[in-house]
Design a protein around this ligand. Sequence first.
Ligand code: T5A
Length: 228
Amino acid sequence: MLDMPAPAAARFITFEGGEGVGKSTQVKRLIAHLARLNIGAVRTREPGGTPKAEAVRAFILQGRSESWGPGSEAVLFAAARLDHVNELIAPSLAAGKWVISDRFHDSTRAYQGLTGGVDDKLIRGLEELALNGHKPDLTFILDMDPAVAFARVNNRELEAALQQTGDRFEKEDLDWHQRLRTAFLDIARANRDRCVVLPANQGEEALEQEIWDTLTRRYPELEVAENA
Ligand code: T5A
């Protein structure tokens, strides 16, 4: 019998961090890398990922929930997440596909909890309810100075997009975003087994390579698949 490489078991990977640090860019690059190895992967995002969760995304990011306060917004994010987990994430993992999500539960903890002041007990309760046992296997926290990240975001056609979506959180001031950065680093420190912090202020390809190196160290079957 031929020695076949073991298939790479399905993993749930999330990307987190502040605005414009390059999460979406790296999610796309990782999906493409996995596809080159014939590893099926689903690209998704939060808030969103399913039709119902996308409806919640539009409601929040258009600023329609702003007057409700961060506690109610945390509940809305969790409601969207519950649908996302039950309708997309859990079935995809069960079908053997990797799931790569642009943001997940750490965003609620960082934005609404640590930066927005929502009580930790509520955040934990919502996590338990919405994750339904589906904690990410690995979370990349892309870290950089928000002032530099903002300059990046302003370089693209975001102005036009913002006018349409009125993105709820991108308009907070720089000091708020500095606190958000600290919040993500605190989450990483408290979850060392799951979270890996990577410096995001480097070229796209170099960052992609750091992400891939981290993955192959953690999941050696990926290296086997690459060399097959
Ligand atoms: N939110 C979300 C909560 O408050 N609570 C929650 O529970 C959840 C889930 C989501 C908003 O909702 C909040 C957080 C957010 O405010 P979003 O549109 O998904 O809104 O916002 P972001 O996740 O911040 O998305 P962005 O598109 O703004 O940032 P990304 O994805 O980090 O960055 P990306 O990849 O789009 O890149 C930004 C720009 O930089 C360039 C890209 O080409 C692009 O122009 N770039 C680089 N430039 C130089 N070097 C690199 N390495 C680069 N990588 C990318």
